[in-house]
Design a protein around this ligand. Sequence first.
Ligand code: COA
Length: 172
Amino acid sequence: MEKHTADTTDAKLYERDVVLSVASLPEDLAEYFRVRAEVFVEEQGLFTGSDEDEHDAGGVHIIAKAHGCVVGVVRCYRHKGNVWYGGRLAVRKEYRTGVNIGAMLVRKAVEVMIARGNVRRFLAAVQLQNVRFFQRIGWARLGRPFMMRGRKHQIMENKLARGSNDCHRQAS
Ligand SMILES: CC(C)(COP(=O)(O)OP(=O)(O)OC[C@H]1O[C@@H](n2cnc3c(N)ncnc32)[C@H](O)[C@@H]1OP(=O)(O)O)[C@@H](O)C(=O)NCCC(=O)NCCS
């Protein structure tokens, strides 16, 4: 059954209303950075002032739009050689759990990595409370948790296997 939000938005939101793309228009990119700031600076306090860094210039910035607004974001960037990282995954608070936007964004990031044709590994440093979320959508832990920006993180990997990244759960 297709999922939707509760009464937190003007209209119910369904997965089919969510459009995923690599942001290229200046207004989409501006909103993309606004969502990141909302979540990582204001909500989580992981950064002061701005969460932008050296990986943004060459990064791939993915947005989820619904009803004309950016409702979630994720970033991919090349770490070394053909090893890429995903990160800055964020869904606006009022759109979380219920629509599947986070899982859809991660799946889109995996698709973009596969489409590049030369990405050998795709990793992410995941906040510990989100490890289960990533495991349920096909990611595996790599090594042990470590501290970053005052929070426990876990490196996780997606094997970039076509067909194994359904946004619905793998074995729970
Ligand atoms: C983590 C985050 C991106 C998840 O996005 P979301 O849109 O709320 O998640 P989804 O709706 O796609 O979740 C898919 C499933 O995973 C579950 N889920 C969501 N967050 C979870 C978590 N932290 N742990 C375990 N399961 C989780 C959902 O309940 C849903 O399960 P269901 O299908 O049984 O209902 C979102 O909560 C967020 O933006 N958090 C703040 C920023 C953040 O922590 N970013 C990640 C940094 S690593």
